[in-house]
Design a protein around this ligand. Structure first.
Ligand SMILES: O=c1ccn([C@@H]2O[C@H](COP(=O)(O)OP(=O)(O)O[C@H]3O[C@H](CO)[C@@H](O)[C@H](O)[C@H]3O)[C@@H](O)[C@H]2O)c(=O)[nH]1
Ligand SMILES: O=C(O)[C@H](O)COP(=O)(O)O
Length: 310
């Protein structure tokens, strides 16, 4: 790591988060907190994630909102039963036609919530630690100048019935995101989980930045926060262990393409955006090309939309 990054790592990384829910509720001092879960067909897990946050509602947390990304299963019902407010993505900013993707629902979630601070949690998590939300809010509520807090964790790769490997998860993170940052924005090499879906930020920051529509959203927010506010506006906290539903290597290829596109568009001036991703599928002894769309456009900062009244 470069010297400036090592220095940042030492000052802005909390390996043993010291905060308690009660202490941070006092530290809020009038500020409000929204917890947002983006969800696309997560009926098996969304209720558990909401339930892990629910005990904080009314004290540290002011609202828990599941933003439904077009689910066709019982995601909305399970989320409501567990105590969340559920918002369909097309009910937010109804004049703006919906695009597919995770970044799109996170961007719309800003218009569906009101907290001064926003905590994002993926809704496919299992065995969520009770302190995820507390620890993500710690630096935002207690350290001046911090605007974005990323979680990091051990990531098991749970490919069999036995949770054999302790690490091994985070394949796009390790094989695409961190190498891309090392090549194109080495100042961010100290961020352990640049793609992690568990992070917290000030509304003021989030509404001032563009959102990549697809899976490039997290790395886009990280790069743009760094460019606009500098390294010291970013912090990271150790959340312990994170387990989630794994997707196929083929699906992760498309995710990696969106992540790389978001990096390149921000770091290589004049880059036009990626082509669709061609993958090859074996069918009856032949290899057939299969093209997957890559989301290559950003939503504008929500603050600009509010300013023009659109
Ligand atoms: O169109 C979509 C796609 C996903 N999701 C939700 O977003 C979360 C994360 O999606 P997932 O497909 O599980 O992503 P991962 O394969 O786990 O990708 C990792 O890397 C991505 C790229 O940075 C991040 O967006 C993820 O949070 C991070 O977990 C889940 O709750 C999904 O239900 C949506 O709401 N809408
Ligand atoms: O964050 C990532 O790199 C992707 O979500 C893939 O994670 P996995 O390797 O744990 O499935």
């Amino acid at each position: 790591m470069r010297a400036a990054t090592e220095d940042w790592f030492a000052r802005r990384t909390w390996a043993r988060p010291p905060w308690t829910a009660a202490g941070l509720t006092v530290a809020k001092a009038g500020r409000t907190v929204s917890v947002v879960l983006p969800a696309l067909d997560e009926e098996a897990t969304v209720g558990g994630v909401v339930a892990a946050v629910r005990p904080l509602l009314g004290t540290l947390v002011d609202e828990i909102v599941v933003v439904d990304s077009g689910s066709t299963d019982a995601t909305a019902a399970r989320a409501r039963a567990a105590g969340a407010r559920v918002v369909a993505r097309d009910a937010v900013l109804p004049g703006v036609p919906v695009r597919a993707g995770k970044g799109e629902v996170l961007w719309r979630s800003l218009a569906a919530t009101s907290g001064d601070l926003v905590v994002f949690l993926d809704s496919d998590l299992v065995d969520l630690g009770p302190d995820f939300v507390v620890d993500l809010l710690g630096p935002l509520l207690t350290v001046d100048g911090v605007a974005l807090v990323k979680g990091f964790y051990h990531r098991p790769l749970r490919m069999s019935d036995h949770d054999a490997a302790r690490t091994g998860g985070g394949r796009v993170t390790e094989l695409t995101a961190r190498p891309a940052l090392a090549a194109l924005r080495p100042e961010l090499a100290g961020v352990v989980q640049p793609l992690g879906g568990e992070y917290a930020a000030t509304r003021e920051l989030l509404e001032s930045l563009p959102f990549a529509a697809g899976y490039g959203v997290e790395i886009g927010l990280l790069l743009d926060t760094h460019r606009e506010r500098g390294l010291d506006a970013i912090a990271q906290v150790d959340l312990g262990v994170r387990k989630h539903r794994h997707r196929s290597l083929r699906a992760l290829g498309a995710t990696a393409a969106e992540v790389l596109d978001a990096v390149v568009r921000r770091c290589v001036p004049g880059h036009p955006g990626a082509d669709p991703l061609t993958q090859f599928v074996p069918v009856d002894g032949d290899w057939l090309p299969d093209e997957q769309a890559v989301a290559t456009t950003d939503r504008p900062p929500l603050a600009t939309l509010r300013a023009t009244g659109s």
